[in-house]
Design a protein around this ligand. Structure first.
Ligand code: SF4
Ligand code: SF4
Length: 72
C-alpha cells in the first residue's frame, strides 16, 4: 500500500521519535527550525511510505497526518 505523510512544522518539537519509528526511513530531521525555535522533521523519502501510521502514533505533538492509497 502506498502512503503519504505531512508534518505540521509549527507543531513539531523536533523530538525525532518519528524518524526513529519509521521502519522505512521516510522522515528525516533537518536543521530548519520553526517559529518556536525547534528543529523540524520532514518527510523526505516519500516513495518508501506505506501509510502504516507508526510515525503518527509516536508523535507526541500530533503533528503528523497520514494518507493512504488515493486519499487526499
Ligand atoms: S506512515 Fe509508516 S512508512 Fe510512512 S512515514 Fe510514517 S512510519 Fe514511515
Ligand atoms: S515525532 Fe512529531 S514532534 Fe517529534 S520530530 Fe516527529 S513530527 Fe516532530
Amino acid at each position: 500500500m502506498k502512503g503519504r505523510v505531512t508534518i505540521d512544522r509549527e507543531l513539531c518539537k523536533g523530538c525525532g521519535y518519528c524518524v526513529e519509528a519509521c521502519p522505512l526511513k521516510v522522515i528525516v530531521m533537518t536543521r530548519q527550525f520553526n517559529k518556536a525555535g525547534y528543529f523540524i522533521a520532514v518527510p523526505e523519502n516519500m516513495n518508501n511510505c506505506t501509510g502504516c501510521a507508526i510515525c503518527a502514533n509516536m508523535c507526541p505533538e500530533v503533528a503528523i497526518t497520514v494518507y493512504r492509497g488515493d486519499e487526499e
